[in-house]
Write a protein that binds this ligand. Structure first.
Ligand SMILES: *Cc1c(COP(=O)(O)O)cnc(C)c1O
Length: 359
């Protein structure tokens, strides 16, 4: 067996310990006599798994009691509709900061139902920075204020939250549990699991209870947070196996010392890569230094042919999925929680060798 270093933006690497545990429990989980995939979601064995997953989310993210923790389906993208359909219940208006494709898609989806005020955008420079916010552009009557916390495609992240009185909502799909986030600052947080939390198919939602009432009449039952909150995420069959693997990932995070410890490791990992990019004569990062993501690191040589050569040679050497998003070009290394420090060190060694050979 030869496992590669997988720099995919998502689905992405999972900790090997997690995969091995899942393998060990594949045929029989606990004393149940069956695989988790074969369990009724109404069984006692499964209830323990989902309760355990919720308890770990609460513990690791310090989620206060007046917030619901939900495990939903439909990916991050379904949240683009659920957020306005549930939260825009007073003035049917919300503020959005446009920091990339995911924020753009979220705003476009919200526009189908409500008035969207785009308070700022960094589209002018291919989303390579987080725009400075000017309060005078904020709506006085927005039902919520929306940000994409970490911009997976462009490699930027918010390091300072908007100063708004409106309910703050954040897409944390690509940074959940990679750095400490103060849940109390937000009305709602959501994350598709496939970047930092587990396999695709589960979406984590953390929402303040008082926001769950008065939803629009048109909100479909399955897109109503209250449906899932009132039924412990089991109104219908939840993505049972995905939630189980997510629980294993959370146990792994806890064993590592929790989110604050992972943040230190992630900062060290990102620094190795950014320090090299800043010193390299061949490669350069595409994002302004103050807004650089800890999770997604885009870089270019400035020459498309050389970029393609690098991606191909890296792949042959066991560093896969480094091709950048088509709107940025070049390369992108996604270095989520499960990417070991060693993976980043070896990538930088490889980049140095490539630089020496192609200077
Ligand atoms: C991947 C991603 C999404 C989309 O998630 P899906 O689960 O594919 O719908 C949304 N937002 C961000 C920030 C992402 O990284």
């Amino acid at each position: 067996m030869s496992r590669v270093y997988n720099f995919s933006a998502g689905p992405s690497m999972l900790p090997e310990e997690v995969l091995k545990k899942a393998q060990d429990e594949m045929l029989e989980c606990g004393k149940s006599g069956m695989s988790v995939m074969e369990m009724s979601h109404r069984s006692k064995d499964y209830q323990e798994i989902i309760d355990g997953a919720e308890a770990l989310v609460r513990e690791l993210m310090n989620v206060p009691d007046n917030y619901k923790v939900l495990f939903l389906q439909g990916g991050g993208s379904t949240q683009f509709a659920m957020v306005p359909l549930n939260l825009a219940n007073k003035n049917k208006k919300a503020d959005y900061v446009i920091t990339g494709q995911w924020a753009k898609k979220a705003a476009a989806e919200a526009e189908r139902y409500i008035t969207v005020n785009k308070v700022a955008s960094s589209a002018d420079k291919t989303f390579s920075y987080i725009p400075k916010l000017d309060k005078s552009t904020f709506s006085s009557d927005a039902d919520y204020f929306y940000i994409c916390y970490n911009n997976t495609i462009y490699g930027t992240r918010f390091t300072k939250l908007p100063e708004t009185d409106a309910t703050l909502v954040a897409d944390i799909s690509s940074c959940v549990m990679s750095e400490v986030i103060d849940v109390t600052k937000f009305g709602l947080l959501f994350a598709g699991a496939q970047k930092n939390l587990g396999p695709a198919g589960v979406t984590l939602v953390i929402v303040r209870e008082d926001l769950l009432d008065d939803v629009m009449d048109i909100t479909p039952t399955m897109l109503n947070y209250k449906t899932h909150a009132d039924n412990g995420s089991m109104y219908n069959t939840p993505p049972t196996y995905g939630i189980y693997v997510l629980k294993l990932v959370l146990e792994w995070i806890k064993a590592k010392g929790g989110v604050a410890e992972l943040q230190k490791i992630n900062e060290a990992k990102a620094k190795i890569l950014y320090d090299y990019l800043d010193s390299s004569k061949l490669f350069k990062g595409t994002v302004v230094p103050e807004d650089r993501s800890l999770m997604n690191v885009p870089f270019v040589t400035g020459n498309d042919e050389l970029d393609a050569k690098f991606v191909a040679e890296a792949k042959a050497a066991g560093f896969v999925n480094l091709k950048g998003h088509r709107t940025v070009g070049g390369m992108r290394a996604s270095i989520y929680n499960a990417m070991p420090v060693e993976g980043v060190e070896k990538l930088v060694e490889f980049m140095k060798k490539f630089e020496a050979e192609n200077a």
